[in-house]
Design a protein around this ligand. Structure first.
Ligand code: HEC
Length: 166
C-alpha cells in the first residue's frame, strides 16, 4: 500500500468506529429505562424506626408501599409511595395522632377498611412515622400518574385531568 492509501483507509476505519459509537449511544438514550419513580429522602435510622412501626401496625394490609401490598387483602387505600408530595409532615403527624382520623380526612369506606387511629403509638413513633411518610417522594415524570391513582382510591371516582383537583 502506498502512503496515501494508508491514510485514506485509516480515516475510513476511524469514521466507521465513530459512527458505530454514535449509533450505540443514541440507541441507549432512546431506549433508556426510566427506572422506579419512587424514592425516599430518609436517613437509615429513620427508615429503620418507621419500618418497625409499619410492620407492627401492618400498613401493608391496606396500603401498598414500594409497590407491594398484602395480596390477600383488597382495601382500596391510596398507595403510600409518593405520599410526601401531597401531605406536609405536620399534617401527617396530626392525622396519625387523631383519635378519629376521619374527622381530618373523611372516608368513603366501611368502618373496618378505614384508616385506623394511631393515637396509641408513642409521640416519638408518630413523629418518626410522619417524618418518614413525608420523605416518600416521586419523580416529576410520574407525579401525574401518582396523583390520578390517589384521587381514584380516595374518591372511588375516575380522575379527569384539569376538572378534578385533589
Ligand atoms: C385497615 C386499613 C388501613 C391500615 C391498617 C392503615 N391504613 Fe392508612 N388509610 C386507609 C384508608 C382506607 C385511607 C383513606 C382514608 C379513609 O378511608 O379512612 C387511609 C389514609 C391514609 C393516609 C392519607 C392518604 C392520603 O392520600 O392523603 C396516610 C398518610 C396513611 N393512611 C398512612 C398509613 C400508615 C403509615 C399506616 C400504618 C402505620 C396505615 N395508614 C395503616 C386504610 C388503612
Amino acid at each position: 500500500m502506498r502512503k496515501g492509501e494508508k491514510i485514506i483507509f485509516g480515516v475510513m476505519a476511524v469514521s466507521v468506529v465513530v459512527m458505530i459509537g454514535v449509533k450505540i449511544t443514541k440507541n441507549e438514550e432512546a431506549g433508556e429505562d426510566p427506572g422506579i419513580p419512587f424514592y425516599s429522602t430518609a436517613q437509615p435510622d429513620l427508615t429503620a424506626s418507621a419500618a418497625k412501626i409499619m410492620h407492627l401496625v401492618n400498613c401493608k394490609k391496606c396500603h401498598s408501599i414500594w409497590g407491594t401490598k398484602d395480596f390477600t387483602q383488597s382495601v382500596p387505600a391510596p398507595s403510600l409511595d409518593g405520599m410526601g408530595m401531597f401531605r406536609t409532615e405536620e399534617w401527617l403527624y396530626k392525622y396519625f395522632s387523631a383519635e378519629n382520623p376521619q374527622e381530618i380526612l373523611p372516608s368513603r369506606l366501611k368502618e373496618e377498611y378505614r384508616m385506623p387511629s394511631l393515637s396509641n403509638l408513642t409521640e416519638k413513633e408518630r413523629r418518626d412515622l410522619a417524618k418518614y411518610i413525608f420523605s416518600l417522594k416521586v419523580e416529576d415524570w410520574y407525579l401525574d400518574e401518582t396523583k390520578k391513582a390517589r384521587y381514584e382510591k380516595l374518591t372511588g371516582k375516575k380522575y379527569i385531568a384539569n376538572e378534578t383537583d385533589s
